[in-house]
Write a protein that binds this ligand. Sequence first.
Ligand SMILES: Nc1ncnc2c1ncn2[C@@H]1O[C@H](COP(=O)(O)OP(=O)(O)OP(=O)(O)O)[C@@H](O)[C@H]1O
Length: 253
Amino acid sequence: MSHDIVLETEALCKYWGGIKALDNMNLAFRANSLHGIVGPNGAGKSTLLNLLCGTYEPTSGRILHNGEAIDSIKPYEFARRGIGRGFQKTNIYPSATCLENCCIAAQRRIGGNFNIFRWRHNDQLLKEIADEALQRVGLGSRRDTVAAKISYGEQRQLEIAMVLATAPSVLLLDEPMAGMGHEESQLIIDLLKNLKSDYCIVLVEHDMDAVFELSDQLTVMVNGQHLVTGTVDEVRDDVRVKEAYLGQGDEVF
Ligand SMILES: Nc1ncnc2c1ncn2[C@@H]1O[C@H](COP(=O)(O)OP(=O)(O)OP(=O)(O)O)[C@@H](O)[C@H]1O
């Protein structure tokens, strides 16, 4: 195993009865880079993310974090290990300020006894972490605004800030650009470009332009199976990928 591989799957499978949502997936995600996951509807992208963050238990196969098997640990232990899943809009408390939302997220990781938070009632430290996360995503000026009052695009930025507040090394993001206009998407693209030098990012995204612009490695999945992994250029030129998207109304390749 190369030393810069943070997260790995070995023959990972998730079956729902007879449905092979994910079948024999072998992937390696590297530090300080962004790995895009694309594929037609029902390809198994969300299933993969749900396995990587511990929400689903694999039917078989292994997940390795820094070389250690973690597929049988509890979901909350994934977060404690620094595997952070993007918060969905539904996780934002609309009546809480952006800062408070990030404090809540930070506290979730801490879970009462996370080592650097052994002190009790250390609100100041929580606030510092939350503040830093907000600054990092460009929401510093919205610190004290309630989440319900910020724009849709800013709410998506807040979701990312909330993951950052959990002090992750891995960021698992499920369609952070969904429902955004071009300008708002560009903000997120710029943000992810900036973040990927510090994190291992796994990005599931339907916006192909964004995926092409951001991915260091790109995996295409079809029907729960791995089709191809490579650089953007390698994947774009692969005839199997064009075939997989044929008739999907997706004319990006
Ligand atoms: N909880 C579940 N129970 C039964 N089948 C499921 C469940 N979750 C997903 N599936 C099935 O597994 C397959 C993969 O679904 P998944 O949502 O992972 O695909 P996806 O690539 O994320 O699709 P999309 O791009 O449409 O979000 C699909 O056939 C789906 O119907």
